[in-house]
Write a protein that binds this ligand. Sequence first.
Ligand code: 5GP
Length: 115
Amino acid sequence: MSTIFSKIIAKEIPADIVYEDDLVLAFRDIAPQAPTHILIIPKREIASANDVRADDEAALGRLFTVAAKIAAEDGIAEDGYRLIVNCNAHGGQEVFHLHMHLLGGRSLGPMLARK
Ligand code: 5GP
């Protein structure tokens, strides 16, 4: 099932695209949670991390190389950043087109809220 991200890939709705190649697209999150908040997505419609296939490995690896490239360009590589892939309900996934969040530009604190 297609999501809003397919429309962004097809340029049917606008997005602040920061990187594109044959396998992946990266654009700024519409509701940024940090000074840098970019979503990096495979162009193939993969619903979630549960749905990855062996032939997605090139695109999934590309998510990391593009994240590193953007982090360097945004000047956050040295201080550091966080890469997140949410999956299904317990992971808090809202858009069912697999995506990697690249978050940085401030200290992000512990990975999960500690109770
Ligand atoms: P998830 O919770 O699924 O891991 O994250 C989905 C992310 O997509 C959220 O951070 C949300 O702000 C972002 N998002 C949802 N719709 C749009 C959109 O139309 N454009 C952009 N740029 N980001 C979106």
